[in-house]
Design a protein around this ligand. Sequence first.
Ligand SMILES: [Zn+2]
Ligand SMILES: [Zn+2]
Length: 416
Amino acid sequence: MPVNHYDYNDNTQLSPHFNVREFRCSCGKSHETLLASELVDKLEALYTTLNCSKIIVTSGYRCPEHDKAVGGTSSGQHTKGTAADVCCYGQDGQPISSKTVCCKAQDLGFTGIANITSSYQYTHLDVRTSGKWYGDEVHGNGTVTEDFYKYFGIPKTEAKNILKGIDVSYCQKGIDWEAAKASGLVDFVIFQAGYGREYDQVDVQFERNYSECKRLGIPCGAYWFSYAMSADEAKREAQVFLQTIKGKLFEYPVYMDLELAKQFALGKAACSEMADAFLSTMEQAGYYAGLYCSTYYLDKYLSNSVKSRYTIWCAQYASKCTYQNSYGIWQYNVAGSTEHDIIGQKSIPGIVGECDMDYCYTDYPSIIKAAGLNGFTKATQPTEPEPTPTPEPDTEESTLQQILKHVANIDEKLMK
Ligand SMILES: [Zn+2]
Ligand SMILES: [Zn+2]
């Protein structure tokens, strides 16, 4: 993850709502500020998702000395430039409950999240790269949850948080996209752009599917069917993919489709290398890249570093997805679904025959637009730099202390 170094007096507006000054260490010395761009991108996405009027960063970067002074370990997430403690304000000018912030931060893929004050107004957020930790400091150091919605008892209705989508290729000819959209079953689409490593292997429906989605405002992503048998070939495929999608805009990730038996026969190391070669090439060109693969092969043939490094589109034709690592989209078989509202739906209106269906659990459009990926331009409207923020006075005298103290607990866990 790129972590940038800024001079103490640097005044760079990093995104529409965040200036580097807001992340400065508050130890009193005028030293540089370390800051991960992914942290800012995700905070910007959070701003959009929560429809904030402002987000105050109460603590961003901390030099090791300052981290130690406020009770930290001197090597935690704040000292890496990957963490921020924030208070989010709604359009009514009031702080948004940390419970809501935790839930939305979870949807956006922050990997370290914790409520840090008993007033439920301040939230620790970080973008650490290995594993995750969700906590609630109010209820002690050991409070950890897998899911903030469950933990706080906040309903996560399918309609609101889980999007329904489909994926299509040349197999579905001449789709009536207006009918498909009108069905309410297509919140997003991932379509095949092409396959292999020759420039003439573009999916014959690709251009039409893309232009129809754009015409009708259906958010879309794309995938490339891989035939690669080496990392070099995988990289070459990614280059052809990039050429094919040049100039187009995708609200959803661009995926490598890895599913051939002959590829898995090469073994785990080779498969992981091929995925990394393909996906890093996409990333370097400014794309949000992900891996499409089935649960069985993800478990057996892909390294943990690949699985945690790239967003996963997991295929499993069953009533439940049993993949244990994190994933953003689950592709399921219509007939195999027993617990969802599309049960019995054998096809999508406007599409002849069956097509694969998907559930999406991640707010990709917010993340991708905020980060300026997949053809989108990062918004950089100049705004007045905010003064160095301080926590607002709170009824509870201990709030600031709580904010500072939490570091020791959280960072200790996050470092594991
Ligand atoms: Zn400092
Ligand atoms: Zn923190």
